[in-house]
Design a protein around this ligand. Sequence first.
Ligand code: GDD
Length: 316
Amino acid sequence: MKVLVTGVTGFAGSHLVDYMLTLKNVEIHGILRWRSRTENIEHFRDKISLTECDLRDASSTRDVIEAVRPDRIFHLAAQSFVPTSWTAPTESLVTNIIGQLNIFEAVKKTNLKTRIQLACSSEEYGLVHENELPIRETNPLRPLSPYAVSKVGQDMLGYQYFKSFGLHVVRTRGFNHEGPRRGPVFVCSDFAKQIADIEKGRREPVLHVGNLDARRDFTDVRDIVKGYWLALEKGEPGEEYNLCSGRAWVIKDMLDYLLKMSKVKIKVETDPSRLRPSDVPVLLGDASKFRKATGWEPVIPFEQTLQDMLAYWRER
Ligand code: GDD
């Protein structure tokens, strides 16, 4: 089976490849941009095929898909950091929506029966009322950032290409996922890295934070990528599925858990530049639809994930 991973050099992409390398008969292809950092893929670089491609360029995308002729595409490439979508909204919308459109058009033209997984997001739900928790797939979408709007666009485009052209698209709405290799701008990684830097004496013992009241449903990335795989094995084309743990952490509690593991005493300070124009207050999901369709169950406790993330940054 030929599999194409977009965003292979990224966090989820590299973990998905780690997982697929444990399976039999999977030929893995990845695409990367010429400027991509490759530290996440060095350990398996010689076990997969890599091609340069920019998804924002329709001809570049078509060339790769025609050459690889993938049976499956895991579409993980994206501008994925919410705050960047306020400073670079156009870039975020073009990369996420047009990049995906180019994949769809290329697959449609080649007449392949490719199964396509879309990394949609719980951010699409945006403003969720307490009486709507835990969030099911039927919840209204009330996106609160250009990033969230871009993910709604990807999600709806997936639905539409399934309905209009019969493309085998499965939409996974991933809630927050964390683990080693997580980009240093995201909250768990950011806090773990600050702690590791402070322990090394590389910065003052002051940890900078944004909104600590938000609640997020965290899952280990190593569980999430197994879900992505199952989505194309067993998920219904045209459907959307929540991937989440069903447990919400207040960001402050996550921070306290990391601080408890710290070897030094650290002061916490709010940095106003880390506060967002509108932050999603709570994301707590219900994954029963996906569990029923695929049997997926996350198994790694989030406490373990946090320990692994701190260990990762200490080692680096
Ligand atoms: N990044 C960051 N840095 N976030 C902070 C900080 C900080 O210093 N302090 C508090 N937060 C809060 C944010 O305001 C937000 O409420 C929460 O921590 C999580 O922030 P992020 O880790 O940046 O993730 P996100 O929830 O905005 O988005 C992530 O999850 C989505 C799925 O729900 C990203 O991975 C998205 O790409 C993904 O779609």
